[in-house]
Design a protein around this ligand. Sequence first.
Ligand code: FES
Length: 163
Amino acid sequence: MDQPSAPHREHHHHLHLPDKETVRRDFIRTLFTSGFLVWIGAFIYPVYRYLKPREEEDTTNAVQSIIAGKTGDFASTRAKLVKFGSKPVLLLKNDQGEIVALGATCKHLGCTVQYVAAKNHIFCGCHGGVYDLTGKNISGPPPAPLDKYKVAIEGEDVIVSRA
Ligand code: FES
C-alpha cells in the first residue's frame, strides 16, 4: 500500500566543489569531537579535583596570627566563630574558664562545626560528628581531633595564632 519514499540522497551534485564539501564535513567532525571532549572534561575534571591529593598548604604567605576578639566577648557567650585567613576557627571558653581556639573545619568532610551550649560539646551538623571542648573527636564519623590554635590574651585582646 505504502509507497516507499526513500529520500533521494543524490540530489546534491557539487561536482565543482568537492573540496569545500570535505572541508565542511571535517569541520563538523572537529566540532563534534571537541564538543565531546569538553563534555567528557566537564565530568572528569571535578572527579580528578576530588581524587587528587590535597596540595600542601602554603604557609609562607599565610596569616600567622589575628586579633580574634575581646575577652569581654565571652561574658555572655562561650563560643565565637572567627576567620583565620580563609579558615573558620572556633573560640571557646572551656569549663575551666580559659579561652581556647580550635579549627572549626570538621575532620570528616570539612563542614564547619559549631558549639552546642545545651550539650556543652562541638557538633558537626553534616553527619553528626561530635568533639569535646579540647577538640577531641568523641562520636560520629570524624577520624581525628580538630586542629589546635594558640591563644594569648594581651590586655583585652584575644590573639589567636598558629599552633
Ligand atoms: S563533615 Fe563533619 S561529620 Fe561529616
